[in-house]
Design a protein around this ligand. Structure first.
Ligand code: KIV
Length: 299
């Protein structure tokens, strides 16, 4: 297959990229921030060229791309590999990468070393870590090391075992107050934005009103400063029941399945490839072969 690149795959000059201050300005101007996950070069090109503000290389890739049962087995190397591919595609969006489970839990020293790899080796502009006020100290350490951090509270998939499953968080008064305090602690620690996942709309609205950093919601209602969805959810490519909060904008599974079936049928019926899709010998080589054939027969 020959592919004509529309533009070179080099990283975009930094001055043309969306910055954390541009995202903050959007919050101040009350302009909604759009965010989407991407895990490879083509999906990142599509997301970036659609003008989406933030591209997140989420560790959800463990489930939607690598086929793991949850996000826990995702490794640092897998995240770095996919982040590099996405970074080669993104020219405008702000690029955030998830630090996977285990890469920031053992020691602050390891976390900083791992966080630096996302910025230095993989081209991310910030990393995202899950957890509330207990992560405050680590956010400070990463920020001091010039690793900008996006926080993530509420339904945090890396805590699936301690949460007892994927459940909406913050529904009791105590949990509401705990998550509000988490948001405040993370902001004070220096996060540049906060993902709010799987929490009641009212709680997300209150955190958004009280925080001076942008909030990005997923399953957190419309009052957040921005919204994020998982690429494969948007295109019905997860082979599972969609969550209540996710909206399918296209049926990618049906689209791909129909194209693949037509391809299989064409191959089976010898309709693919046709002559126009085939290469030919130059006329003089054909003529030489034809001239040689009678001699070959005689011998
Ligand atoms: O991993 C991911 O895709 C995420 C988003 C759902 C926010 O963390």
């Amino acid at each position: 297959m020959s592919v004509t690149p529309l533009r070179p795959a080099a990283a975009a000059p930094i001055h043309r990229r969306t910055t954390s201050s541009a995202l903050l300005q959007k919050k101040l101007d009350r302009q909604p921030i759009s965010a989407m996950t991407a895990y490879d070069y083509p999906s990142a090109r599509l997301v970036d060229e659609a003008g989406i503000d933030i591209v997140l290389v989420g560790d959800s890739l463990g489930m939607v791309v690598l086929g793991y049962e949850n996000t826990l087995p995702v490794t640092l190397d897998e995240m770095l590999h996919h982040t590099r591919a996405v970074a080669r595609a993104v020219r405008h969006a702000f690029l955030v990468a998830d630090m996977p489970y285990g890469s920031y839990h053992a020691s602050a020293r390891d976390a900083v070393r791992n966080g630096l790899r996302f910025i230095k080796e993989a081209g991310a502009q910030a990393v995202k870590i899950e957890g509330g006020s207990t992560r405050g100290k680590l956010v400070r350490r990463l920020t001091e090391a010039e690793v900008p951090v996006v926080g993530h509270i509420g339904l945090t998939p890396q805590s699936v075992h301690s949460m007892g499953g994927y459940r909406v968080q913050g529904k009791s008064l105590a949990a509401y107050e705990r998550l509000s305090a988490d948001a405040q602690a993370l902001e004070e620690a220096g996060v540049i934005a906060l993902v709010l996942e799987g929490i009641p709309r009212e709680l997300a609205a209150s955190i958004t009103a009280h925080c001076s950093i942008p909030t990005i919601g997923i399953g957190a209602g419309p009052e957040c400063d921005g919204q994020i969805l998982v690429f494969h959810d948007l295109f019905n490519l997860t082979f599972s029941q969609p969550a209540k909060f996710s909206r399918q904008y296209a049926d990618g599974a049906a689209f791909f399945a129909s194209a693949l079936k037509r391809y299989r049928d064409d191959v089976t019926a010898r309709r693919f490839p046709n002559d126009a899709e085939s290469y030919h010998l130059p006329r003089e080589v054909l003529a030489a072969l034809e001239a040689a054939q009678p001699r070959a027969r005689k011998a």
